[in-house]
Design a protein around this ligand. Structure first.
Ligand code: OOG
Ligand code: NI
Length: 437
C-alpha cells in the first residue's frame, strides 16, 4: 500500500523522505533514544507507516471490511462520532490488539462510515443510496479468500500473498467517477465528504501516516521541500512527557477526475493527502477528562484559522493552558492521569504495595503508548482537507450502537483495554517478586 500510494501521490514520497531525514537527525543527537529503540526492536521500522484512513458508504461495506481486517489480525477499537465536529461520519480504528501483535504490525486503519441520515435532502439521499447499493468494492477473489481464512482459521503463504494483492485493489484510487458530474456536484454541495465517499469505485486510501520523532521539525520543514502543511499541529503541545497523539498533515491535492456520459466531462477532486504522527502516553479517563477540558479551554479562546494567520498565537495559548497538565511521569502516575506498564527490575523484595516497591527499586514503570485516535484532532485533519467552508453543523447524537450494528460486532473500549494491560503487568510483576518466578 505504501509503494502504491507513493506512486499515486508523489508529495507523499517527499514527506516520507523528510520524515526519514528528521528521524535520523534526532537519533544522531539522542543516543539514549536510539539505544532504547534498538533494545526494543523498533529501530528498523521507525519511519514506516503507522496508520491510514478510508471512508465507507454502506453498512455492508463496513461489515465486510471488518472481516477483511480480521484476516490480518486487526480488530475495531474505539468509537469516534465526528458529527459533533461537523463531519458527517462515524468511525473506528482497525488495529492489532496487544503488545506482541502491535510490535509485529503497528499499522492501523481509521475507518469511517458515511452517515446517510445526515444528508438532509431526501431525494439526494435516495440517489446516493441507490448509487452505493450497486458498487462492489471487494474483488470476487478477495471475498473468496476472506471466506477461506474464516473457514480454515488462516491462510497459507501463497493464499496470503494473493489476499494482499486482491485486498490492495480495494484501496486503489480510481480517477473515473461512477456518478455524473451533476450528481457529483450536488453531493459535493451537501458536503464534500459525501461526494468523496459516493462518487468513486472504491474507498481509496486517503492518507498514510509515518511516525516522526520530531513532529514540529517536520511541520516547519515541509515548505522547504515544496509541500504545504495544515496550519497547526493537532493535539497537545510539545512537552517533555508526551501525552496521547500529535498529528499534522499536508493539504490534499487537486486530482483529475473523469465523469461518465456521452461526452465524458473532466473535473477535479481533492481527497488524498499525507500526515505524520507522534505518540505519547495513554491517558486514564481522569487524564483524558483533563486533556479534553484544557483543549476546550484553548478552543474557547482561539480557533486556529485554516490559512495559518493566527498559528503562532494558537501555539502560545495551547502551551499556556496545558501548563495545567503535569509534565512529569511521577506526577502523572501519582495523580492517576496515565497508564503505565509495570515490570520487576530483578532487585529482590517482597510486598504488595506497588508504590513502596517502586520506591525500593524492585519495580519500575514505563508509560503505555496511546495507540488510538482523538476525535477533535481527527476533525481538524478532515477539515484541513475539505477546504475552509466545510465546517457545518449537524445534530450530534450518540450513535455508537447503530455503528456497532452496522459493523456486526462491538468495538473494544480503549480505556478498559489500557487498564487491563496496566493491571496485568502489575499482577505479573508482583507475582515475579513474591514467588521469585
Ligand atoms: C480520517 C481523518 C482522521 C486521524 O489521523 O485522526 C485521521 C479521514 O480523513 O478519513 O486519520
Ligand atoms: Ni490520520
Amino acid at each position: 500500500m505504501s509503494a502504491m500510494y507513493r506512486d499515486e501521490v508523489p508529495a507523499y514520497g517527499t514527506l516520507m523522505s523528510l520524515v526519514a531525514d528528521v528521524n535520523a537527525e534526532v537519533l544522531d543527537r539522542d543516543t539514549t533514544l536510539a539505544a532504547d529503540l534498538a533494545n526494543t526492536d523498533q529501530l528498523d521500522r521507525i519511519s514506516e507507516e503507522r496508520h491510514g484512513a478510508i471512508r465507507l458508504g454502506t453498512p455492508e461495506e463496513l461489515a465486510t471490511m471488518r472481516r477483511l481486517f480480521a484476516v490480518m489480525g486487526m480488530f475495531p477499537v474505539g468509537y469516534y462520532d465526528l458529527s459533533e465536529a461537523g463531519v458527517p461520519v462515524h468511525s473506528t480504528a482497525f488495529r492489532p490488539v496487544g503488545e506482541a501483535a502491535l510490535r509485529r504490525n503497528p499499522f492501523r486503519v481509521f475507518t469511517s462510515l458515511l452517515r446517510m441520515d445526515l444528508i438532509e435532502e431526501p431525494a439526494l439521499r435516495d440517489e446516493a443510496a441507490q448509487s452505493l447499493a450497486s458498487r462492489r468494492i471487494f474483488t470476487p477473489k478477495c471475498m473468496e479468500l476472506i471466506e477461506k481464512a474464516e473457514a480454515e482459521g488462516g491462510l497459507s503463504e501463497t493464499d496470503a500473498a494473493a489476499f494482499v494483492a486482491e485486498a490492495l485493489e480495494t484501496f486503489r484510487w480510481h480517477s473515473d467517477a461512477r456518478v455524473s458530474a451533476d450528481l457529483y456536484h450536488r453531493l459535493h454541495d451537501a458536503h464534500r465528504l459525501i461526494a468523496d465517499v459516493v462518487s468513486f469505485k472504491g474507498p481509496h486510501i486517503n492518507h498514510l501516516t509515518p511516525r516522526t520523532l520530531d513532529i514540529d521539525a517536520v511541520q516547519d520543514r515541509m515548505p522547504d521541500v515544496g509541500i504545504s502543511p495544515k496550519a497547526v499541529v493537532e493535539g497537545p503541545p510539545r512537552r517533555n512527557c508526551p501525552i496521547l497523539l500529535r498529528q499534522t498533515s499536508f493539504k490534499a491535492l487537486q486530482e483529475a477526475v473523469r465523469f461518465p456520459g456521452e461526452n465524458a466531462v473532466e473535473g477535479s477532486h481533492t481527497a488524498r493527502f499525507g500526515e505524520i504522527e507522534a505518540r505519547g502516553i495513554a491517558l486514564t479517563p481522569k487524564g483524558r477528562a483533563l486533556y479534553d477540558a484544557l483543549l476546550d479551554n484553548v478552543r474557547a479562546r482561539i480557533t486556529p484559522a485554516a490559512n495559518g494567520s493566527n498559528a503562532d498565537e494558537y501555539v502560545r495559548i495551547l502551551g499556556e493552558v496545558f501548563t495545567a497538565f503535569p509534565d512529569d511521569w511521577e506526577e502523572i502516575r501519582k495523580q492517576g492521569l496515565g497508564y503505565f506498564e509495570w515490570s520487576a527490575t530483578g532487585k529482590p523484595a517482597k510486598g504488595t504495595d506497588p508504590e513502596a516497591l517502586l520506591a525500593a527499586g524492585a519495580l519500575r514503570c514505563d508509560p503505555i503508548i496511546y495507540e488510538d485516535f482523538l476525535p477533535v484532532s481527527a476533525a481538524g485533519i478532515f477539515q484541513s482537507n475539505l477546504g475552509d467552508g466545510a465546517v457545518q453543523e449537524f445534530s450530534a447524537s450518540p450513535n455508537q450502537r447503530m455503528f456497532e450494528a452496522d459493523l456486526g460486532t462491538g468495538v473494544l473500549d480503549e480505556f478498559a483495554h489500557y487498564a487491563g494491560i496496566e493491571q496485568a503487568s502489575l499482577d505479573a510483576s508482583l507475582k515475579t517478586l513474591n514467588e521469585g518466578k
